[in-house]
Design a binder for this molecule. Structure first.
Ligand code: TYD
Ligand code: MG
Length: 441
C-alpha cells in the first residue's frame, strides 16, 4: 500500500499531490506502508458500543417555581441548555423571567439577570413590584454581549437571563438578523461550555415587524412564545421547539399588578362566561398537550354588502380549514355561505389547529346562518371533504372536561359507537354534516 508524505511538515495522503497543500513544499515523498498499518490508520477514535450496554443520561432539571412554565419546558430547565423566550414588546417577558429567576434563586441556586434594556435601579424598581429580591439573584446592566457573557462566566450561575437579545446585539437601534445570530451564538456557546443554562429574551411581533429572533430558533434548544392580547390579562406560554419535551403543552398565566400569577385551573379561560346563548356560537374541546381546554368559537355569516366583494376573516383558526368546512357545509348541508361575509374568531386569543375542532366550527357557522342558538353544546369531530364526521382521538378526556364544565350536550361522531353517555351530558351522534341541521331549528 502506497502513501505520500511531506518531508517538511509531515502531512500525509493516500493520493499523490504535486505540492503539499499544508505547507506548499514540492515533491512529496512516496512511502510503502503495510496493509495492517494502513488499516490501523483508518481506525476511528470514537467508541462503538452495543446499544444494550448504554445507560440513558438522567437529565437534571431546574424547576422554575412556576408549575405552568415547567410544564411547557418539559419539567424544568435543563442545565447548560439555551432557551429563547419570544414575545411582543410589553407582553410581560421581563416580568415573568424576573419572577422565575427569583424563585429559582430561592432554591439555593445562583442566578444572573443581565438587563440590556434597563439600568440596575430600574430593575430594582421592578423587583420591588414583583417582590423578587433574593441574595442569590444577581443583576447587571450592560448592552455589550461580550461583557454580559464575561460577567456570567465570572459568576458561574446555574442560570443566566439575557434580556433582551436585540438590546445586546445592537448598541443603537436597528441592526440585522446576522447581528442577532452572532450575539446569540456567543451566549449559546458559553452555556454549552460552562453548564450555565441561558434564557434569552427576544422581541417579536405578530406581523413579523421584528423578526430577528426567528433566525436564532435553530440555534437554541427550546423556543417558547409568550402570547396574549395586550388589552386582556391572560398570558399563555407555548413551546414551539423543545429538544427536551413535547411542543404541544401550554402554560396559563394572568398579568396582575404584582407580576404574573399562574392559572392552575385554566379550563374556563377560553369560554365567554355569563353571556346568554346567541346564534353563531359553539364550543370546541381542544387538546393542548395532555390537557383538554374547551374553547368557544364564534361565527358570523352576514349578507354581503351590495356592490362589495365578500369578506372572510378568521382569528385563532386556520383560514384554509375554515374555507374547506364552509364549502362542505354548502355542498352537503345546503347551507349557502357563498355570497355571505364570513367572520370567525376564538375567545381570549385561543388558537386551535386541531381537526377535532372542525365540527364546532361547522356548528358555529350553521348556527349563525340559521340564526338559531346552541345553548350548552360542545362539539368534537373532524369534518371530511365528503361531509362525513370522522372520529378523533382522546375522546374520553374531552368528554370528561365537558362534563366538568357543565355542558348539557356533546355532538360526537356517530362512527365512535363505543362512546357512553356520562353524567349530565347527553350525546348527540352525527354521521354527516346534514345531521347537524336537526340541532338547529
Ligand atoms: P414587561 O415585562 O416589561 O414586558 P416585556 O419585557 O415583554 O417587554 O411588562 C410590561 C407590562 O406589564 C407593562 O405594561 C406593565 C405591566 N406590568 C404589570 O401589569 N404588572 C407588573 O407587576 C409588572 C412588573 C408589569
Ligand atoms: Mg422587557
Amino acid at each position: 500500500m502506497k502513501k505520500w508524505s511531506c518531508a517538511r511538515c509531515g502531512w500525509e495522503s493516500s493520493k499523490w499531490y504535486g505540492r503539499c497543500p499544508e505547507c506548499g513544499n514540492w515533491n512529496l515523498e512516496e512511502k510503502e506502508v503495510s496493509a495492517a498499518q494502513g488499516k490501523a490508520q483508518a481506525q476511528p477514535s470514537c467508541q462503538v458500543l452495543p446499544s444494550t450496554s448504554l445507560q440513558a443520561q438522567k437529565e437534571e432539571r431546574i424547576p422554575t417555581g412556576f408549575g405552568e412554565l415547567d410544564r411547557v419546558l418539559g419539567g424544568g430547565i435543563v442545565p447548560g441548555s439555551a432557551i429563547l423566550l419570544a414575545g411582543e414588546p410589553g407582553i410581560g417577558k421581563s416580568t415573568i423571567l424576573l419572577q422565575a429567576s427569583s424563585r429559582i434563586s430561592r432554591q439555593g441556586r445562583k442566578v444572573l439577570y443581565v438587563s440590556a434594556e434597563e439600568s440596575c435601579s430600574q430593575v430594582a424598581a421592578r423587583m420591588e413590584r414583583v417582590k423578587a429580591f433574593s441574595p442569590s439573584l444577581f443583576v447587571t446592566s450592560t448592552r455589550d454581549v461580550d461583557e454580559a457573557v464575561a460577567a456570567a462566566e465570572k459568576l458561574s450561575p446555574d442560570l443566566a437571563v439575557f434580556d433582551s437579545i436585540q438590546a445586546l446585539s445592537f448598541p443603537g437601534s436597528g441592526g440585522s438578523a446576522s447581528q442577532i445570530r452572532e450575539a446569540s451564538s456567543k451566549i449559546i456557546e458559553f452555556s454549552k461550555r460552562s453548564g450555565t443554562a441561558s434564557l434569552i429574551v427576544g422581541h417579536v411581533t405578530k406581523d413579523g415587524a421584528i423578526a430577528g429572533p426567528r433566525t436564532m430558533e435553530h440555534l437554541v434548544d427550546v423556543v417558547c412564545q409568550f402570547e396574549g392580547e395586550m388589552h386582556t390579562s391572560l398570558r399563555i406560554v407555548r413551546s414551539v421547539k423543545n429538544r427536551f419535551g413535547s411542543t404541544d403543552e401550554i402554560g396559563c398565566f394572568e398579568m396582575k399588578g404584582e407580576g404574573v400569577e399562574e392559572v392552575t385551573d385554566p379550563y374556563g379561560i377560553f369560554l365567554a362566561r355569563g353571556e346568554s346563548p346567541a346564534p353563531g356560537k359553539c364550543v370546541a374541546l381542544a387538546m393542548e398537550g395532555k390537557r383538554c381546554l374547551p374553547l368557544e368559537i364564534e361565527a358570523l355569516c352576514a349578507p354581503r354588502l351590495r356592490g362589495e366583494s365578500s369578506q372572510r376573516a378568521v382569528n385563532g383558526l386556520d383560514y384554509s380549514r375554515v374555507a374547506m368546512i364552509a364549502a362542505a357545509l354548502q355542498q352537503h348541508a345546503k347551507i349557502y355561505l357563498s355570497g355571505r361575509d364570513l367572520y370567525l374568531s376564538t375567545i381570549a386569543g385561543a388558537k386551535t389547529r386541531e381537526p377535532a375542532s372542525d365540527l364546532a366550527i361547522a356548528l358555529a357557522l350553521a348556527s349563525s346562518f340559521k340564526n338559531s342558538p346552541l345553548p350548552g353544546v360542545a362539539a368534537i369531530g373532524e369534518v371530511s371533504l365528503t361531509g362525513r364526521i370522522r372520529p378523533v382521538g382522546m375522546m374520553e378526556q374531552r368528554l370528561e372536561t365537558a362534563e366538568r364544565m357543565g355542558f348539557k350536550a356533546a355532538v360526537v361522531p356517530a362512527a365512535q359507537k363505543d362512546l357512553k353517555e356520562r353524567g349530565e351530558i347527553s350525546l348527540f351522534r352525527v354521521d354527516n354534516l346534514n345531521d347537524i341541521l336537526q340541532l338547529l331549528r
